[in-house]
Design a protein around this ligand. Structure first.
Ligand SMILES: *[C@@H]1O[C@H](CO)[C@@H](O)[C@H](O)[C@H]1NC(C)=O
Ligand SMILES: *[C@@H]1O[C@H](CO)[C@@H](O)[C@H](O)[C@H]1NC(C)=O
Ligand SMILES: *[C@@H]1O[C@H](CO)[C@@H](O)[C@H](O)[C@H]1NC(C)=O
Ligand SMILES: *[C@@H]1O[C@H](CO)[C@@H](O)[C@H](O)[C@H]1NC(C)=O
Ligand SMILES: *[C@@H]1O[C@H](CO)[C@@H](O)[C@H](O)[C@H]1NC(C)=O
Length: 496
């Protein structure tokens, strides 16, 4: 779950990655009314990577929460095509829906004044120019992983080449949806606090909710749009806590319609029961090793039942969330995100060095706050990791909010079997019906000869297994992930 970036520094091959980026000229026009011929400026032409110079003012957008015009003026990111030159804002009197041109905005939103806690956000209006398009927030996990990983390596408008050049991602979730990336919780990426780091999901949910309430005041054109929260891995905990909190607050300015969780770490107690079988049946463990896995599982469950959270987390780290851990010791693989390879691939260029540079910090209005990548956020949440999100699911599902849980079938750390079993433990009346519902064999219309995955649905609850994907589903299967999120958001059936 710890998607730290050390691998970026070690691996600069990125061959697999570059092969996923067709040239810009390969983008073809289509008949969508909002389609605009998309041109990307090469960004930036020359980034100087030094990070020690003065990066100017920090933008605390919350100061302008009652003055959205100034907020937009100050937060607009001058990043070039397809995002519009910020000068244009004045000519449209800061009404974003007075033009189909998309803009990009970023800054800090203050979520706790006492502690000076600030969350960094980067917002991209839908590239197709549809100002009524659903808005999707993407949250990375970790704990402590920056959501800019999702932006640059999974679904954002840009991918990062090994030589730290930003290039358009194709396909991107940003073509038809407005995307927000928030570094969460405070202490992650650019987000910072002068107080203590968050140690539980309630604090994280209330901070995120405050951030979103303010966000929709800063960009009021978006307050009535459908809003979705997507994310992966440990982000599962944040997303379910945020959804529950939003329902409790009676939405209050946050028009949340659904949550989409990829390879979500929801409940260690139920999920941990599957590792031994998983290791055995994927051929990664022999019978003796499987027995040791079972022994660890029993110890973890006992520790959770005695509310010995640190012990439970340490045992989990010994088992699979190290390394060094038993999984690596037995399999020789440090890649529990994808059982097909024994070490992690390059997920693209080192975006941390890129965004930490003076030039990009200035562009993003973070001023002299540096990008953080350390274990502090993880350490502050060590007691939270073994706790359960299960009790949040029945009220979320009963509210009618759409919920999609999806997994890559090549992941180890949150393999589909873990999610399948976790779902059976949710005390919601619809679960037996989901269990009995037919499992659809899902194929993409653009690729009908391949099976994209499997889908089960009961009412507002959808469970998807994506074939040939590891933990980072949109990284491995960008077309399938896009098809899946589009069908989820637009309530379209999954074709077989
Ligand atoms: C955007 O929406 C149009 C119209 O529905 C669709 O044809 C196109 O495939 C979508 N593109 C992406 C990248 O989502
Ligand atoms: C960002 O730059 C600062 C100043 O050079 C440096 O101390 C810090 O380690 C850098 N952060 C990352 C994640 O590289
Ligand atoms: C802000 O942080 C302080 C100190 O951690 C805490 O006591 C307070 O409840 C927080 N305020 C809000 C609105 O969350
Ligand atoms: C970065 O790499 C890409 C792809 O190899 C290449 O087209 C581009 O010219 C490179 N940019 C710089 C600044 O070296
Ligand atoms: C895995 O191997 C390392 C190095 O030999 C060792 O320190 C560690 O205790 C082992 N882990 C487990 C869970 O046995």
């Amino acid at each position: 779950m710890r998607q730290t970036s050390r691998v970026f520094l070690l691996l600069v091959l990125g061959v697999l990655f570059i092969s996923q980026i067709p040239s810009i000229s390969a983008r073809r026009e289509n008949s969508h009314p909002f389609f605009k011929k998309t041109k990307f400026d090469p960004i930036p032409h020359h980034v100087k990577l030094e990070s020690e110079l003065d990066a100017g003012e920090t933008l605390y957008a919350s100061k302008y929460v009652d003055d959205h015009k100034t907020a937009k003026k100050l937060s607009c990111v001058e990043i070039g095509a397809p995002f519009t030159n910020c000068k244009k804002l004045e000519s449209i009197d800061y009404s974003l829906d007075a033009t189909t041109d998309p803009f990009s905005f970023s800054g800090f939103i203050t979520v706790n004044e006492t502690d000076n806690s600030n969350l960094f956000y980067w917002f991209f209006e839908a590239q197709n120019g549809n100002k009524d398009a659903p808005v999707v927030l993407f949250l990375q996990g970790g704990p402590g992983a920056s959501s800019l990983f999702g932006l640059f390596s999974e679904n954002g408008p840009y991918a990062m080449l090994p030589n730290l050049t930003m290039v358009p991602r194709n396909p991107s979730w940003n073509t038809n949806y407005s995307m927000i990336y928030i570094d969460n919780p405070v202490g992650t990426g650019f987000s910072f606090t002068e107080g203590a780091l968050n140690s539980n999901e309630d604090e994280i949910a209330s901070n995120l909710f405050s951030c979103l309430q303010q966000f929709f005041k800063l960009y009021p054109e978006y307050a009535d749009n459908e809003f979705y929260v997507a994310g992966e891995s440990y982000g599962s905990r944040y997303i379910s806590a945020l959804a529950y909190y939003t329902i409790q607050q009676n939405y209050a300015g946050v028009n949340l319609k659904g949550i989409a969780i990829g390879d979500g770490f929801a409940d260690l107690r139920s999920m941990v029961t599957q590792y031994a079988n998983l290791c055995f049946y994927t051929g990664l463990c022999d019978m003796v090793q499987t027995g040791i896995f079972e022994m660890y599982q029993a110890k973890i469950i006992a520790a959770i039942d005695q509310e010995q959270w640190l012990i439970a987390n340490d045992l989990f780290t010994d088992l699979v969330n190290g390394p060094p851990d038993l999984f690596t010791n037995y399999t020789g693989s440090s890649n529990y995100y994808d059982i097909r390879t024994s070490s992690e691939p390059s997920y693209g260029g080192d975006f941390e060095t890129f965004v930490n540079s003076t030039q990009i910090r200035q562009l993003l209005h973070v001023g002299n706050h540096y990008f953080q990548d350390n274990d502090d956020v993880y350490n502050a949440l060590r007691e939270d990791i073994p706790k359960s999100s299960t009790p949040l699911y029945p009220p979320i599902l009963s509210s009618g909010m759409k919920v999609m849980l999806y997994n890559g079938n090549m992941d180890f750390i949150v393999h589909p079997t873990l999610t399948e079993y976790f779902i059976t433990t949710i005390p919601w009346s619809g679960i037996p019906f989901l269990y009995e519902s037919p499992r659809i064999i899902w194929r993409l219309p653009s690729d009908p000869s391949s099976v994209a995955g499997y889908v089960k649905q009961y009412q507002n609850f959808i469970q998807v297994t994506v074939r040939d994907a590891g933990h980072m589903v949109p990284f491995n299967q960008p077309e399938r992930a896009l098809d899946m999120i589009t069908r989820f958001i637009e309530n379209l059936p999954f074709p077989s």
